[in-house]
Write a protein that binds this ligand. Structure first.
Ligand code: LLP
Length: 411
């Protein structure tokens, strides 16, 4: 890919990128990605204990950049694992995470020699035992995801550790699953895991969940089974409506160390959003302006098929004009172009002075942005661009119309 020079990451640069790439386009700043990882490395120390949740942003350029820091990666599907491998990440640095998966995924994870495979239902344990039986060489490390029964205080769709969640084993089911693995050839149970949810705005839920895991560690120990590490999942939220005030990894690490004092348990973290979100901006162009129920609205060429977080979770991201004025008394709705009235990027945004043709920057969309984009209304998905000190490059081409029917036939 050609790298084009730039002088600074500002309006001028984003305008230049858009002149060449059109809208809507995702732009990632590699230096902010670096800062996101370094915040975790500074807090945790050993980079291999940080397993970036690939689902947050799995562009190969993003993964390749993150792997230069020596961190690990958490993939929740065979597809995410394949992407990580395609980005040049060694299998030994990849965890197959504790998200529901078919038996074939567990078998493939074990066959590939991943760092860890986290199992979260009985059929996954059975698949691991089967795969281990035919494994040559050292045993595959496996873990069990626990559903600790903790409310994380996140958006209901993003809470995953509650007693009624579909994920993981209830605490009372752990002994039996662990014993099945401990007795099996080719697998070695090492880890108890949880993931409480995503977008947490308090660290308190971790404290309760760690207590649940520590009780399980003690129960297993007293029946002769040693747990080597805890995997605490992801979850740290980002304050989307402002610039800063995010939860600090260092504060989480401090709490974890305090709770685990006196044990020799290792710890693994799986942050996604807190590494990638701040690095991304989605640039979209205003097509026209319209009054809706007496309130101004801007209709843009990017909408919920490109960035779905407002439509899905009501997430209000900062939306700023690249140039032009904010002046005017009213806030506006920012709407997408598709055939649905719920297609919105945000509401009550202070963009009164924005005019048709102006460019808008939707901020902090580096996590759960492009990865959740769809082709609904047969809309090609946006381009993705990466900016670095020495210039910018396209890390994913905008989809073409032909891309939209690739693999289909007419007869
Ligand atoms: N580990 C596991 C097992 C997970 O399921 C997840 C996220 C993570 C780690 C990373 O969590 P994070 O640090 O990014 O909070 N689409 C939603 C987010 C769904 C996250 C699902 N699991 C959104 O746009 O907010």
């Amino acid at each position: 890919m050609t790298v084009r020079p730039h002088t600074s990451l500002d309006t001028e640069l984003l305008s230049e990128i858009i002149r060449e790439q059109g809208t809507p386009t995702y732009v990632y700043d590699a230096r902010i990605l670096d800062a996101g990882v370094c915040r975790w490395i500074d807090a945790v120390g050993d980079p291999s204990r940080i397993c970036y949740a690939v689902k947050a942003n799995y562009n190969l350029g993003v993964l390749a950049r993150l792997t230069t820091h020596g961190i690990g990666f958490e993939a929740s599907t065979v597809g995410e694992m394949a992407r990580a491998l395609a980005a040049g990440i060694p299998a030994k640095r990849i965890v197959l995470g504790g998200v529901p998966k078919p038996p074939e995924a567990v078998e493939e994870g074990i066959r590939r020699g991943l760092d860890l495979v986290v199992l979260q239902a009985a059929h996954e344990v059975e698949a691991a035992v089967r795969a281990g039986a035919s494994l040559e060489g050292p045993p595959a490390r496996v873990g069990l995801r626990v559903r600790p029964g903790i409310r994380a205080g996140a958006h209901p769709s993003l809470e995953t550790g509650r007693a009624d969640a579909k994920f993981g084993f209830g605490p009372s089911e752990i002994q039996e699953a662990w014993i099945a693995l401990d007795g099996a050839k080719g697998v070695e149970p090492t880890t108890l895991a949880f993931h409480l949810g995503s977008g947490l705005d308090s660290l308190e839920p971790y404290e309760g969940a760690i207590e649940v895991l520590l009780r399980l560690v003690r129960d297993l120990e007293s029946s002769g089974h040693a747990v080597r590490e805890l995997d605490l999942g992801g979850g740290l939220g980002v304050a989307y409506d402002e610039d800063g005030a995010d939860l600090e990894p260092a504060e989480l690490v401090r709490i974890v160390r305090e709770r685990l004092d006196g044990t020799d348990l290792g710890v693994r973290y799986e942050p996604g959003r807190s590494i990638a979100a701040r690095a991304g901006t989605l640039v979209t162009r205003v097509l026209y302006r319209r009054e809706r129920d007496g309130h101004p609205a801007l209709v843009c060429d990017g909408g919920f098929t490109d960035f779905g977080r407002f439509s899905l979770y009501g997430a209000q991201h900062r939306i700023e004009p690249l140039e032009g004025s904010l002046e005017g008394p009213d806030t506006v709705e920012v709407l997408g172009p598709t055939c649905e009235s719920g297609d919105k990027l945000g509401t009550e945004r202070p963009l009164h002075g924005v005019r048709p043709g102006d460019l808008l920057a939707v901020r902090d969309v580096g996590a759960y942005g492009f990865v959740m984009a769809s082709n609904y209304n047969a809309r090609p998905r946006p381009a993705e661009v990466m900016v670095d000190d020495d210039g910018w490059k396209v890390v994913r081409q905008r989809e073409s119309l032909e891309d939209l029917w690739r693999g289909e036939t007419v007869g």
